[in-house]
Design a protein around this ligand. Structure first.
Ligand code: HPA
Length: 350
């Protein structure tokens, strides 16, 4: 056995390659190996003129990680298995034909109709996708739909997952991460929301410019650097160019839109009058039970985000009326066509 030592974090030069090759050639064993660290193996292989016998003799030793607190299983579950699961689901979908989508779409309560405009579609029920969560809410059908919208390949989630259904952060984050692994670069979201801005009316569409997240942050827990950074910036959560383009598209089609801040709360109760008032005081224009979580996960994975709310009821002092989920669904459905026009044209402009 011969041993060659190079400094830590070393950048190899052509002469070093000759040194390694001559040490290798002077070994007298029938089977000869060069064992390095993983990084050194990568660096050495980068030389294109490396001799073939040397190249194929190159092996690296995997680094062993020692767990001090006997928490290897937890680590495997949290990091290794989780990323494997995301890959497995996206590979499954790619095999089904979900190839190279540019945009992801997540549709809110009563707003699934946009998917009827998707052409050349492939549909899969969430329940038929291995390891995928299933949605339990009426008005959220639970289907992933791939196809052409606005001349672009898209994947739409007809039905989303909410904290109030009991899904943990990992499950809320999973579909967005699957979209990212499929190759999506932008995410378009819609939701039904209660208006707390006194200028708003039922049926208005609000372009979300920012959010206040009062849901548990979906990134709480161990961070996987392969997905995104530990402390993601949220300075521009909603893409400014997409907002400007949406406003222009709305103007062109005579669709009146508001701009505003969406506040996400856990639900499943709608708000008391005092809560609506409080949300207005802290800066919200509309309140709902979704979207902010998905946008946080999407920004963590560096996706561009654009989101719309349909104002289905009002939480404005003196104008609050009794509401039910069915009323929210019915009001949202009335806005479907306008939402579809805005999102389809935005996607076609990507
Ligand atoms: N509050 C919370 N979520 C909602 C509302 C609301 O008033 N309307 C539709 N989703």
């Amino acid at each position: 056995m011969d041993e060659l030592a190079f400094p830590d974090h070393y950048s190899y030069i052509a002469d070093d390659l000759e040194t390694i090759a001559s040490a290798y050639n002077s070994l007298k064993a029938p089977l000869k190996y060069i064992i390095t660290t993983e990084k050194d193996a990568m660096r050495i292989r980068e030389f294109t003129d490396i001799e073939e016998p040397v190249k194929s003799a190159l092996f690296y030793v995997p680094i062993g990680v020692t767990f001090l607190n006997d928490d290897k299983d937890e680590f495997d579950n949290l990091i290794v298995d989780y990323v494997r699961k995301i890959r497995k689901i996206s590979d499954f979908l790619k095999d089904k034909g979900f190839t190279q989508p540019v945009a992801g779409i997540i549709l809110g309560t009563g707003l699934g109709g946009l998917t009827t405009s998707i052409e050349n579609r492939i549909e899969i029920d969430y329940k038929d996708i291995p390891d995928f969560p299933v949605s339990t809410v009426d008005g959220h059908e639970g289907k992933l739909i791939y196809g052409d919208l606005g001349g672009k390949k898209v994947v739409a989630m007809k039905g989303r997952f909410h904290f109030y259904e009991g899904h943990g952060s990992d499950m809320i984050a999973l579909p967005v991460r699957v979209l990212k692994y499929l190759g999506v670069e932008s995410l378009f979201l819609s939701n039904a929301a209660g208006g707390v801005n006194p200028d708003f009316r039922i049926g208005d569409i609000m372009v979300i410019t920012d959010h206040i997240n009062l849901l548990p942050n979906p990134l709480i827990g161990t961070n996987d650097d392969r997905i995104g950074v530990r402390f993601p910036d949220m300075g521009v959560a909603y893409d400014r160019d997409l907002i400007d383009q949406a406003l222009a598209i709305a103007g062109k089609h005579n669709i009146s839109v508001r701009k505003g801040i969406y506040l996400a709360t856990t639900g499943p109760t709608y708000e008391t009058p005092a809560e609506y008032k409080y949300f207005r005081i802290i800066g919200a224009d509309a309140v709902g039970m979704s979207t902010a979580s998905e946008v946080i996960v999407a920004r963590h994975a560096n996706l561009r985000c654009f989101a719309l709310s349909v104002i289905t009821d009002l939480g404005v002092e003196g104008r609050i009326e009794y509401i039910t989920h069915e009323m929210v669904q019915a009001e949202a459905e009335k806005a479907e066509e306008r939402i579809a026009t805005l999102i389809t044209e935005l996607i076609s402009s990507l």
